[in-house]
Every structure is written in structure tokens, then in C-alpha cells.
Design a protein around this ligand. Sequence first.
Ligand SMILES: *[C@@H]1O[C@H](CO)[C@@H](O)[C@H](O)[C@H]1NC(C)=O
Ligand SMILES: *[C@@H]1O[C@H](CO)[C@@H](O)[C@H](O)[C@H]1NC(C)=O
Ligand SMILES: [Zn+2]
Length: 366
Amino acid sequence: MDRLLLLILAQLLTTGACDKNPDPEHKEKHKGDMLDHWTYKDQNWNESYVLCDKNSQSPINIDTGKTIFNKNLPPITLEGYNLPETEQLALSNNGHTVVLSLPDSMTISHGFTQKYLASQLHFHWGSETTPGSEHQVDDIQYAAEMHIVHFAAKYGSLNDAAQKTDGLAVLGVLFQVGEENKHYDHIFDKLEDIAEKDAAVQIPGFDINTLLPRQLYRFFRYNGSLTTPPCFQTVTWTVFNETVRISQAQLKKLEVSLKTGHGTLDSNFRHIQPLKKRTVFASFSSLTSSRRIIPKEDSGESSELNKSVDGDNFTLGDTMALIFGVLFGCTALAFVIYVIKQRKRQRSSTERGQKVIYKPAATMEA
Ligand SMILES: *[C@@H]1O[C@H](CO)[C@@H](O)[C@H](O)[C@H]1NC(C)=O
Ligand SMILES: *[C@@H]1O[C@H](CO)[C@@H](O)[C@H](O)[C@H]1NC(C)=O
Ligand SMILES: [Zn+2]
């Protein structure tokens, strides 16, 4: 997932000089040396990294019909995300993605039972002809995806947290093509300067909040893994439901600007992994999901949301229809009773010999 992590691990696991011989025989003999030699073209990573075919891998397809609404998932609250221009950030091409290093003064202060500190953010994308998000929602692959990697504060460093079950928290943001998003130019405008693998530049700090969707309280949550070797199953994933828009031209910059050691760095997304026995939770109820009844700005939607509606097949439309149906039925019944009473009164006051014919159709004229 990130260069930093891989570098640290490589240092831990290798003892001698780094032999970068891609000869398969060396692969077996020097597994530690091979940490950076995996590719997206051949994703049989488990041959060298045994964790990569275990049962809690990422990314996954999020089937919204099967997510469980969990009203106890608090909104994500971020602190220190507004970085001053004086804070220089390293932006680098590690051969797998573009990585923006982040200071650990940036934190997820609320949203989990413990505090997480930021380490870096990076992207996954497709090519000019194919989308490239890692997570999918209802079998839709989005244009691209950003990951903001955090580690549990109690472990002190990304390296120490990476192999602990509750060690990492990654925020996932899905991209759609739309209007231009100037905030991303802080990063995208610098891509041509880091075209070569291992190139890096420094960029001035900016408000990282501006890269995120507005509705940080609508997300999917599940237990998963790094989406790159060594595939540690230590990531608590938060995938936001609101997408972020960037323009076609901006997306193209991601898709064509960078190089690996061999060619264009594109289609750097891992294939979907089986969900197995895991549950994906949603912080929001499907009642308010697809139809925008509640205005975007209104984050105080809790009272309505907290009615845990069981089952996702009961839409807002169905509920409204039911309410109006019942209201109409009551009104109609009241009117019928009223008409009958009126007729009775009339009948008793007029002559008994006259036949008053009651017309049920009268209610329809109300
Ligand atoms: C993740 O795993 C932990 C430990 O098994 C569990 O307590 C927690 O509920 C799981 N979270 C999700 C989102 O499934
Ligand atoms: C957001 O949630 C709604 C309702 O579950 C779903 O229809 C939609 O596909 C989701 N979009 C994303 C990007 O998660
Ligand atoms: Zn990633």
C-alpha cells in the first residue's frame, strides 16, 4: 500500500545488500529482497506473500443490499488536516503509486474507539480506457480511489502498527468524473515532476480536508487488509459513500503522467477479493440513502436515521406511500361516517314514505 511501509519492512527483513535480480530462483532464496518486486499485472501475490490469500483481504465489492446499518458508527472527525504552507510534504513516485507523506499531527480524533495518526495518502487508478478504483459498490468500479493511511497512536509508528489487528485505519475516497476540482491540483500539477520511479518533490502544505467529501458521516466500514503485499489484515476500512468529483483532464493526468521501471504506471488497482464471512456495516440507513430528502448540509439527521429499519427492501418511497395510504383511508372513512350520519338525520326529518337512496359513490366526490 505504501512505499514507506515497504521500505521499513524491507529494512527489517533483509540483512544483506538489496539484490534486485528478478530471476525467479532468487525470488525463492531471497524473499525479503523481493518485497518491492510484485506487479499489478500478475496478482498471484500469495506465492511470495502468504497473507495475500487469507480470509480478510481488500479491496471488496460492497453490496449495499447486504450492508448492515449500524447506528453506533460515529462520524469521522479529523483534526490537524489544515496544514500550513510552511509545512513541506514529500510527494513521490514509488513505482506503484504517487504518495503524499503526511505529518502525524493530522489525526482521526473521533470515529473509532482509539486515536489514529496520519502517515500518507496515495491513489489507485485505471487507464484512459478503464476505471481504476479498488473498492466497488454494487459491482460498479469507480474512476479512481484515494487512500489516506493512518496508524493507531498507541503503537507509535506505522511500522509498529502495521501488523497489529487494530493497527491501521484507512479512509477510502471514490472518484467520479465531473467538474474540475482545483484542490487536487496541489498534487496533480506536480505529477510530471515525479514521472520517474523513485522521483520525489516537496510541496507546500495545504488544507487536506478539501480533498475529502463533505458527508464524513456516511460511510461503509469493514475489517480488511493492505491492498498491496504483504497484505497485512490489519486495516479497519472506512469507504465514504459520497464520491469526489475530478475532471476528465485531471483524471488523465493521473493515468498518463507516471512511469514504473518499465512503462506507464497505470491500472494500479488490486482485483476484488472475496468477502468470506465478513460483514460490511453502513453508518447510514438505506431509508435516506438514494433519495435526497434530507438536505446535504443537514447532519442532524440522527432522529430519523436512528430508527433502525430492518431490511433494505423497505424504501422511503414505500414508507411515504404507506403513510399517505393510511391517511387517505382514514379521511375517506371519516367522510363516509359523516355522510351516513347526515343522511340518517335527513331521513328522520323528512317523510318516512320517501325512499332515500344512499349512493356510496358520493365519497368519491370529496
Ligand atoms: C473487526 O474485528 C474486530 C475483532 O474481531 C471486531 O470486534 C469488530 O467488530 C470488527 N469490525 C467490523 C467492522 O467488522
Ligand atoms: C451510496 O449509498 C447508496 C445507498 O446505499 C448506494 O445506492 C450508492 O451506490 C452508494 N454509492 C457509493 C459510491 O458508495
Ligand atoms: Zn491504497
